[in-house]
Write a protein that binds this ligand. Structure first.
Ligand code: CAA
Ligand code: NDP
Length: 283
């Protein structure tokens, strides 16, 4: 299976990062989102990241220009008809992802792989809305994509071996490390990470400590690069809540009950860094 042309759906923090690393590795990339303003924001993030590399003399201006030239922003989902793989990075919501996959299945050529960057949703269920479940797979990048080495690869029940192999090969071309895991809620990364973040939110909710104190404990005491509440703000509190809900419903176990304070913040529109306010305030 030869992958040359890539489409990334969703130009948010993950989609823009995925598009960037694909273009840096030499793939032609279509970056698709619903509105031009989201594409402009995503392309702006990519430009800033690449300029940082130029400023640090790790990349020439010509190399940066060549990477940007490989990126084609689009608001048209019909662009899916031209590509070999689609990596979906829209919001963490089953209904939205199902609708996107149904449309992609209609538009994309028969050989095209449909991958999702979902943090927690069942790959098998997403695959089931298409007529090509053997070509559907989870390709879970970590945030910030240009920096983090891991890609968690998740096979759905019907994913073909050659599709898994193509994704593993592509991950290596992106200079990342693939780790294969099975299709269970939250996979490995978020089954382990998110309950820790949720528990940190409970400690604030129950008045055990301030967000600053919780983060200091985990940074200085456990050598985590970011405290769990800073990390929650960085991931997006809406995404954290969606993931906790998937774990809670998927396992039917109350140990995954999302903290009421997390729900309250999301209802208030405090989504973390991306909205300017979460556990902390941002400029
Ligand atoms: C929710 C999910 O489904 C799965 C997930 O993604 S969970 C989240 C996983 N991610 C994490 O846990 C991140 C934890 N945090 C960290 O590892 C670090 O704090 C960090 C890498 C983000 C920043 O590192 P730091 O040492 O504190 O800051 P800093 O020195 O400014 O940055 C280190 C490098 O990362 C780069 N960087 C930092 N943030 C960046 C961003 N948002 N985008 C691109 N590059 C970034 C910097 O440019 C710098 O690059 P160089 O070393 O090449 O100069
Ligand atoms: N944040 C993180 O740390 C990580 C997130 N993920 C996963 O990646 C995915 C994206 O997360 P993230 O980038 O943080 O989210 P963001 O909210 O930053 O970006 C999502 C983008 O997708 C757009 N979008 C929504 N619906 C559609 C659609 N139907 N078609 C095209 N674009 C659409 C959104 O537009 P609008 O603003 O209008 O909604 C937004 O621009 C989620 O599944 C998440 O779970 C995976 C790893 C880490």
């Amino acid at each position: 299976m030869s992958i040359q042309k890539v489409m990334v759906i969703g130009a948010g923090q993950m989609g823009s990062g995925i598009a960037q690393v694909c273009a840096m590795a030499g793939f032609d990339v279509i970056l698709q989102d619903l509105k031009q303003e989201f594409l402009d924001r995503g392309m702006g993030i990519i430009d800033k990241n690449l300029q940082r590399q130029v400023d640090k003399d790790r990349m020439t201006s010509d190399e940066k220009a060549a990477i940007i030239a490989r990126l084609q922003p689009s608001t048209d989902i019909q662009s899916a008809s031209e590509v070999d793989i689609i990596i979906e990075a829209a919001v963490e919501n089953m209904e939205i992802k199902s609708n996107i996959f149904k449309q992609l299945d209609e538009i994309a050529p028969a050989h095209t792989i449909l991958a999702t960057n979902t943090s927690s949703l069942p790959i098998t269920e997403i695959a089931a809305v298409t007529k090509r479940p053997e070509k559907v797979i989870g390709m879970h990048f970590m945030n910030p994509v240009p920096v983090m080495k891991l890609v968690e690869i998740i096979r759905g029940l019907a994913t073909a071996d050659e599709v898994y192999q193509a994704i593993e090969d592509m991950t290596k071309k992106l200079n990342k490390v693939p780790v294969e895991v099975n299709d269970f809620p939250g996979f490995v990364s978020n089954r382990v990470l998110m309950p820790m973040i949720n528990e940190a939110i409970y400690t604030v909710y129950e008045g055990v400590a301030t967000p600053e104190a919780v983060d200091e404990v985990m940074k200085l005491g456990m050598n985590h690069p970011m405290g769990p509440l800073t990390l929650a703000d960085f991931i997006g509190l809406d995404t954290c809540l969606y993931i906790m809900e998937v774990l809670h419903t998927g396992f039917g176990d109350d140990k995954y009950r999302p903290c009421p304070l997390l729900r309250k913040y999301v209802k208030a529109g405090w989504l973390g860094k991306k909205s300017g306010r979460g556990f902390y305030k941002y400029e």
